[in-house]
Each structure stands twice: as structure tokens, then as C-alpha cells.
Design a protein around this ligand. Structure first.
Ligand SMILES: Nc1nc2c(c(=O)[nH]1)N[C@H]1C(S)=C(S)[C@@H](COP(=O)(O)O)O[C@H]1N2
Ligand SMILES: [Mo]
Length: 154
């Protein structure tokens, strides 16, 4: 997994190096924009803040784009990714995360619709301007807040 863009310290982490970073456990609910939810997911992985601390984004880095193994992309404001419960997960419900659910490493952002929780993350790129992701380009909301049912861009 590569971490680059507007950072002082580019990271190129093997899977082993990534899972060697401090581990956190977070249980959270997951809401897909098409209305299904999966509650009480016990995730384990790397708190996103740990990546931020290591990569040291430059002051102008305000957004982060995630590039995935299937060509999928999504992006979030850096400020949203600093929440305590945002992580790069490699374990779900006590088991190594399966490929179906984004293994070896996926992003988990409980406070956003599921399309922000990028699976099979390969590259984390810090940017100054927002880059629209796959679903966001196709009309889903970029803010993606499930509590206000903020599903579509307006
Ligand atoms: N790389 C990648 N990540 C992705 C997607 C995708 O198609 N590719 N789909 C998103 C959507 S719309 C949802 S709802 C969740 C589904 O996660 P799950 O398969 O673990 O239930 O993954 C998100 N992350
Ligand atoms: Mo989704």
C-alpha cells in the first residue's frame, strides 16, 4: 500500500509492515446508500490517524483519495478521516478480512455511506483539491451522511 501526494514522508507499506502498525478495535454499523445496513461490525486494523502521523501531510493537503485494486476510487476530506473510529481494517468479527469484504485492507468510515469505505485499498493520496470518486461522479452525494439520508448530490 502506497501513501503519497502532498506528504512529507511517502510510505510504501507491505502488508506485513501495515499490520505491524499499532492496532485498534472499533465496532460500528455500516450503511449502504441503497438502504441496507450491517450492524455491530467488529473491525480491527490501523487507525487512520496513525497513517496521517507517519505520512505527515503538508498544510495544503485537505482531501484524501483512495485508489483500490478494482479501479474504484473515493475521496474524503482529511478532517473527516481524523475521527477516532476511522480505520484501515484487516480483520472483521475476529477473522482475517475476506477478499469479498475488501481484504487484505479496506477503509472503514462509519459516519458515511458505504461507498466511502473503500475496499482493497492500494493507494492513499493526499491532495489539495477534492477529487470526485467513482460513485460521486455518478451522482451520489459527496458528503454521504446517513443520518440526514444525504444520498444524492444536489
Ligand atoms: N474498491 C471498492 N470499494 C468499495 C466498493 C467497490 O465497488 N469497490 N463498493 C462500496 C459500496 S457501494 C459499499 S456499500 C461497500 C460494501 O462493502 P461490503 O462488500 O463489505 O459489504 O463497499 C464500498 N467499497
Ligand atoms: Mo453501497
Amino acid at each position: 500500500m502506497k501513501v503519497d501526494g502532498l506528504v512529507d514522508n511517502v510510505l510504501d507499506l507491505s502488508h506485513e509492515a501495515a499490520i505491524g502498525l499499532p492496532k485498534v478495535a472499533v465496532t460500528s454499523d455500516f450503511h449502504c446508500v441503497t438502504t441496507w445496513s450491517r450492524l455491530d461490525n467488529a473491525w480491527e486494523g490501523i487507525q487512520f490517524r496513525t497513517i496521517v502521523d507517519r505520512a505527515r501531510p503538508k498544510p495544503e493537503a485537505r482531501f484524501v483519495t483512495f485508489e483500490c485494486g478494482d479501479g474504484y476510487t473515493t475521496s474524503l476530506p482529511l478532517s473527516d478521516l481524523l475521527a477516532e473510529n476511522v480505520l484501515l481494517a484487516y480483520s472483521l468479527d475476529g477473522k482475517r478480512l475476506t477478499a469479498e469484504h475488501g481484504g487484505p485492507l479496506r477503509l472503514v468510515v462509519p459516519q458515511k455511506y458505504g461507498y466511502k469505505s473503500a475496499k482493497w485499498v492500494q493507494r492513499i493520496m493526499f491532495t489539495a483539491a477534492k477529487e470526485l470518486g467513482y460513485w460521486e461522479e455518478r451522482g451520489y452525494s459527496d458528503t454521504a451522511d446517513p443520518w440526514t439520508e444525504d444520498r444524492y448530490s444536489r
